[in-house]
Ligand binder design. Structure first.
Ligand SMILES: [Zn+2]
Length: 385
């Protein structure tokens, strides 16, 4: 019987800028270990990735950029030339063998795609992927090669499918949106903290696509301090309506876990309730429209001990129909508490009243509801007349 697959090897952790950088793929290992400690991963479900080749990277990226990444990773770079490619900045510093580490992540996402599209797996998960800010010729926001964009373009060409891209990272999925902005066969939905104060600043409701792609780009920029209830309402309503309107052949989800209230880089207030809802509805949509075809990747998430492992493990559990609540496995807690600089949560759920009440709750909820109706106006009105 076909099962979901989990793309993983320790080599994926080589995507590492430096010890002080907030992007830390040790969170992938922590998640893998959490799932293992509860017996949720079987040996045949774990698939090691292969490095993507230049032709695959060039589905999205300029050859000159790929060459620049290679050179930078070999220590052979001119500082100002590298900066024009977004390499050597504070966000994306140069590190040894950065090309190989980045190409392996792309290869892992392509592996996930092939397993699902060739019918070998029901769903596939690559938590090391989700590097949604990478542009054709430029690194941006901790992202070098954009595995999401490459995977979507790869699916378009190899399998000729219509792809629904759903991005629940706290930051706008700009790289993917712009890559398919004029394409009617790729529909993008991004729910993110408003770009008023947060990187990358784009993702307005008015960014709806262009040319043939008009009406296939959706953005829900939500207010800082948005909590579960409002977030979930926007997610459920938008995803259900967009899926019904677009009727995808496959769903590709980017699962940044940085909307969690503990995340140090953003200002949203989601708890595990949100991270339980995200994969459940994604699976429902995959089953209803896509014959189950669902590829999920990771993304942002900077509270690597308390927030990310639980949020990401949930995706795999939902893929496999495994329910989990209450205490986390004690073997995992005992093993990692010693190494964690913060006290680990002991349960799958966040405790009630885990953060200070948000005084503007009502105002934020109303504003988000208005954003939702504006973002869906096109589906509800324009396209139907
Ligand atoms: Zn993010």
């Amino acid at each position: 019987m076909k099962k979901p697959v989990f793309i993983y090897s320790e080599q994926l952790l080589n995507y590492k800028f430096n010890d002080d950088h907030p992007f830390n793929h040790f969170r992938v290992k922590l998640t893998y270990d959490l799932l293992n400690s509860m017996g949720a991963l079987t040996e045949e479900q774990v698939i090691p990735p292969l490095e993507a080749c230049d032709e695959q990277l060039a589905l999205i990226h300029d050859r000159a950029y790929i060459e620049a990444v290679k050179k930078a990773g070999e220590g052979d770079y001119d500082e100002s030339a590298s900066l024009t490619f977004g390499l050597g900045t504070e966000d994306t510093p140069i590190f040894p063998h950065m090309h190989e580490a980045s190409a392996l992540i792309v290869g892992a996402t392509l592996q996930a795609v092939d397993m699902v599209m060739d019918g070998k797996a029901t769903h596939a998960l690559n938590l090391s992927g989700g590097l949604h800010h990478g542009f054709r010729g430029k690194a941006s926001g901790f992202c070098i090669y954009n595995d999401c964009s490459i995977a979507i373009e790869y699916m378009r060409r190899k399998y000729g499918v219509k792809v629904l891209y759903v991005d629940t990272d706290a930051h706008h999925g700009d790289g993917v949106q712009w890559a398919f902005y004029d394409d009617a066969d790729v529909c993008t939905l991004s729910i993110h903290e408003t770009g008023r104060y947060l990187f990358p600043g784009t993702g307005q409701i008015t960014e709806k696509g262009q040319g043939k792609g008009y009406g296939f780009s959706f953005n829900l920029p939500i207010d800082a301090f948005t909590e579960d209830e409002s977030w979930i309402e926007l997610y459920k309503t938008s995803l259900l309506e967009i899926a019904d309107y677009f009727k995808p052949d496959v769903i590709f989800t980017q699962n940044g876990a940085d909307a969690h209230f503990l995340d140090p880089l953003t200002h949203l207030c989601s708890t595990m309730k949100t991270y339980d809802t995200i994969p459940r509805l994604a699976k429902t949509i995959a089953d209803a429209y896509c014959g189950g075809r669902w590829i999920a990747v990771g993304g942002g998430g900077y509270d690597i001990w308390r927030a990310v492992p639980r949020a990401w493990a949930r995706i795999w559990l939902v893929m496999n129909g495994i329910e989990a609540s209450g205490p986390l496995p004690s073997t995992w807690l005992n093993k990692w508490q010693k190494k964690s600089p913060v006290t680990l949560p002991e349960t799958w759920e966040d405790r009630e009243n885990a953060y200070k009440p948000i005084p503007r709750k009502q105002e934020i909820t109303e504003k988000n509801a208005l954003t939702l109706s504006k973002a869906l106006y096109l589906i509800r009105n324009e396209k139907r007349t």
